[in-house]
Design a protein around this ligand. Structure first.
Ligand code: AQP
Length: 333
């Protein structure tokens, strides 16, 4: 059976981009067609300046939201990265096959490092090595597929390179995974600046970010105030009309439509925005309702994470132990 692995970082409140680009597919499709693991990758949240209490709170919230989107712990494995030591054990071995040049080429590293410097902070070494830990997250489980949004595709490519290199040097150890992207909304853009992605940790662009727990009226306000391009006609063109294209893609993703055909339905920006806002409100409504129920029962979420970590550990340990032996480390007696 195909094994799927994907993760989400508790670096901020989860966004519509996370949902349409990744989480919805995990719940609706991936968990039912595969042996799937979904992980709150909390160690990754320590790669930038962070507040410990906030990371802890956001980790719990991300776990609750994952379940609220429809992940079923009877069907898939949901767990917290820091609860399974195999991720960091394997990460070190992969650091011994990766190069610093590869790390410095990663787009997300360049963007986040620039953001940290702009804030007057320093860049943590873990931000540079983040893609190696992500590779370990995936390779530790022998995952065949990694369903992510477009921004993570480069990291999955690197994971493939590291798996191939390790296998060539030390003998076949890892499955070489492939990335899968959603048909639409692989890159949901910021509503105030459609040239940059809707990101959960980008505080400077928060007005253009729809959060999964935004109240309906807040969602409506953000979508109605979305920056659109000059011109009158509603057309779908990502290059020349990025603001409109973003709204059409969001509407298409929320209504199972197609952005090109939707463009021909509208003759005003106002009508498009109104329908997009309502479509987003409707998509978020059941997630928010289930989230409220789950918040009333925190022990349930804790139990899911405990059982999930146990299952994940049992899957990862033999693969990571094989990698330790393959690379030349003496097994413990
Ligand atoms: N704007 C987006 N459009 C489509 N997919 C997106 N994803 C994130 N933003 C968008 C996808 O959501 C999954 C989980 O993301 P992540 O937690 O790994 O974080 P990220 O990719 O670094 O993006 P974020 O949410 O904006 O976080 P920050 O601000 O911390 O970088 C991934 O599959 C991602 O592709």
């Amino acid at each position: 059976m195909t094994r799927v692995f994907s993760g989400i970082q508790p670096t901020g409140h989860l966004t519509l981009g996370n949902y349409l680009g990744a989480m919805r597919r995990w719940a609706e499709v991936d968990q039912h067609r595969s042996d799937a693991l979904f992980c709150i990758v909390d160690l990754h949240a320590l790669t930038v300046d962070h507040d410990p209490a906030r990371v802890c709170r956001l980790s719990r919230q991300a776990a609750t939201l994952l379940l609220a989107t429809g992940l079923d712990p009877e069907v898939c494995t949901a767990f917290m990265q820091s609860h399974v030591d195999e991720h960091t054990r394997l990460s070190y071995l992969l650091e011994c096959v990766a190069t610093d040049g590869e790390m410095r080429r990663m787009i997300q590293y360049k963007e986040k490092a620039a953001r940290e410097r702009e804030r007057g902070g320093s860049v943590r070494l873990s931000l540079l090595t983040y893609p190696v830990l992500m590779a370990a997250d995936i390779l530790a489980y022998g995952a065949d597929e990694v369903p992510v949004g477009h921004d993570q595709a480069q990291h999955v490519e690197l994971t493939r390179d590291l798996a191939v290199r390790f296998n060539q040097r030390y003998g076949h150890t890892f499955v070489v995974p492939k990335v899968t992207l959603p048909a639409v909304a692989a890159r949901v853009m910021n509503l105030q600046d459609p040239t940059k992605k809707m990101g959960k940790s980008d505080e400077s662009g928060a007005a253009g970010v729809v959060y999964l727990l935004d109240e309906p009226d807040v969602v409506r306000k953000k979508v109605m105030r979305a920056v659109t391009d000059s011109g009158q006609e509603v057309v779908y063109d990502r290059e020349t009309r990025p603001g409109l294209a973003n709204l059409l893609e969001i509407l298409a993703a929320c209504t199972d439509g197609n952005p090109e055909s939707l463009a021909s339905v509208y003759d005003s920006y106002g009508a498009l925005k109104k329908d997009t806002a309502e479509a987003v409100v409707e998509v978020l409504r059941p997630v928010q309702a289930r989230h409220r129920e789950l918040c009333a029962d925190p022990t349930y979420v804790e139990g899911v994470l405990r059982d999930g970590a146990e299952k994940a550990r049992a899957m990862a340990r033999p693969i990571v132990d094989t990698a330790y032996r393959a690379i030349g480390l003496l097994p413990p007696v």
